[in-house]
Ligand binder design. Structure first.
Ligand SMILES: CC(C)(COP(=O)(O)OP(=O)(O)OC[C@H]1O[C@@H](n2cnc3c(N)ncnc32)[C@H](O)[C@@H]1OP(=O)(O)O)[C@@H](O)C(=O)NCCC(=O)NCCS
Length: 163
């Protein structure tokens, strides 16, 4: 999907990830996301902004597969293309995803995590009213000690959740 590949190839969008994705890696990720959506009740959904664009990025729920003290869990994540930043779209979409997680899926908890230096993403977690305890923060096991993105913060949301 070209628009998805463009999103994942943008160095600004991928600034807080270890690397941008080339076309092959982006297509593989798209296939994994599609597979999850086909086989479970949730996943990363494409963000459509009525009258603006059919694809602004993705927001949604996912089950992470790395080892950490807070596993197993369902995480909420977001990635929007730059033209759609700073307009409240990420928070609006994430609120809808959390409402679905709690009202429809009846999940007891949803977490969000990101590199401790990813301020825009942390601000979304805070806007959503997710709670942070420093004792939950962790070093991402996929990144080596000393890597600038290794240190991660964890935020938690639990029901009842008010939109
Ligand atoms: C993380 C990310 C989704 C945040 O997007 P965002 O647009 O900053 O977040 P929001 O949708 O909550 O928008 C809030 C901003 O919109 C502004 N805004 C403008 N109009 C608004 C409106 N009508 N309603 C709400 N907010 C509005 C707010 O003031 C706020 O700006 P501020 O932070 O300067 O105060 C985006 O930076 C991104 O996609 N980054 C790359 C991917 C990434 O790092 N993902 C997370 C990895 S874990």
């Amino acid at each position: 999907m070209p628009a998805f590949a463009e999103l994942n190839a943008d160095p600004q969008v991928m600034r807080y990830f270890p690397a941008v994705l080339d076309r092959q890696a982006s297509d593989a990720l798209a296939a994994r996301i599609r597979d999850r959506l086909d086989t479970t009740q949730f996943g990363f959904w494409a963000v459509q902004i009525t009258g603006v664009t059919d694809f602004a990025g993705f927001i949604g729920l996912s089950v992470p597969s790395f080892d950490a003290p807070f596993m197993p869990c369902v995480e909420i994540g977001w990635r929007l293309a730059r033209p759609y930043w700073k307009m409240g779209y990420a928070s609006e979409g994430a609120r809808a995803a959390l409402a679905y997680a709690f009202d429809t899926l009846r999940l007891p908890q949803v977490v969000a995590y990101t590199a401790a230096i990813n301020t825009p993403s942390i601000l979304v977690m805070q806007r959503l009213g997710m709670r942070h305890h420093a004792s939950d923060d962790f070093g991402h096991p996929a990144l080596p000690e000393g890597h600038p993105l290794r240190q991660h913060v964890l935020y938690r949301a639990t029901p009842p959740f008010t939109r």
